[in-house]
Design a protein around this ligand. Structure first.
Ligand code: G1P
Length: 290
């Protein structure tokens, strides 16, 4: 079945990034020359998906505006003859069809995904978290889409993390059925030390069958008093199969201050115009450090 929609939860308060996120959504923080959310949407679009369901909350209008048509700005740029900028701004609003749904209470990632139920209906869909930027030759969402076509079951993207970081993630235990693909038999959200020997951490890419909604409805608050998507996936894996996929590429946790800096350096070095001069600047900085 063709996957047409991606749910992007953006309702979080961004507390890990205060004070920067007091008045600005964390998804609008700039990495080089575009907001974080644009990298996420570009990955979704590059994977052949055009319909994005944003799960928003109060104070997040800037995200919707970013992907909307801006009459004033486009008229101004056209009048000034700034064609390149005009093209860039137009392309952003043409990237996707956006539907926004409000999450009225911050009850967790599982609750946020539940908000999309009526818009998604009885179709498989993606959940893509705005904090996790994945850099890869083939977009991570596309890699998962291809795997879904084979397996026809829900898939979570995973990566191995150092042992001292295991407690920050949803962790899966499973049996490797083909290189990098695991049939999941246990999931633990934010495990306490010693409660799992696995270091396969779920990152913010999920390819889900619609049966997840039934599981979410039956999920009680878990870690942090929130309705956890990981707990609903745990129910799903008993009713149907669930797979974990070690994606090809690298991931930056852009919701974390250090991860954000790392992502900034990466994307600055890759930038077609800034990459060269920025590399020289970094080399100079590093030579002064040692
Ligand atoms: C969420 C999920 C967790 C997952 C993580 C990936 O946690 O609950 O299972 O490993 O995203 O970024 P959060 O980062 O919102 O605490």
């Amino acid at each position: 079945m063709q996957i047409k929609k991606a749910v992007v939860p953006v309702a979080g308060l961004g507390t890990r990034f205060l004070p920067a996120t007091k008045a600005i959504p964390k998804e609008m923080l700039t990495i080089v020359d575009r907001p974080t959310i644009q990298y996420i949407v570009e990955e979704i679009v590059a994977s052949g998906i055009k319909e994005v369901v944003l799960i928003t909350s109060a104070g997040k209008a800037a995200i919707e505006n970013h992907f909307d048509y801006s009459f004033e700005l486009e008229t101004f740029l056209a009048q000034k003859g700034k064609r390149d900028l005009l093209r860039e701004v137009r392309n952003i609003s043409r990237l996707i069809d956006v539907v926004s749904v409000r999450q009225k209470e911050p009850l967790g990632l599982g609750h946020a995904v539940m908000m999309a139920e009526t818009v998604i209906g009885d179709q498989p869909f993606f959940v893509v978290l705005g904090d996790d930027l994945v850099v890869s030759e083939v977009p991570c969402v596309y890699q998962m889409k291809k795997l879904f076509e084979e397996l026809d079951e829900s898939i979570v993207a995973v990566q191995r993390v150092p042992e001292n970081e295991v407690h920050r993630y949803g962790i899966v235990e499973g049996e490797e059925v083909s290189p990098g693909v695991y049939k999941v038999n246990r999931l633990i959200e934010k495990p306490s030390p010693g409660s799992t020997s696995s270091n396969l951490a779920i990152i913010g890419r999920y390819c889900l069958r619609p049966e997840i909604f039934g599981c979410l409805h039956r999920t009680l608050p878990g870690v942090g008093g929130e309705i956890q998507l990981t707990d609903a996936l745990s129910t799903l894996k008993n009713e149907r199969a669930l797979y974990a996929y070690e994606f090809q590429g690298s991931r930056f946790d852009a919701g974390d201050k250090l991860g954000y800096l790392e992502a900034t350096v990466h994307f600055a070095l890759e930038h077609p115009e800034l990459g060269g001069p920025f590399r020289l600047f970094l080399q100079d900085m590093i030579s002064k450090l040692s």
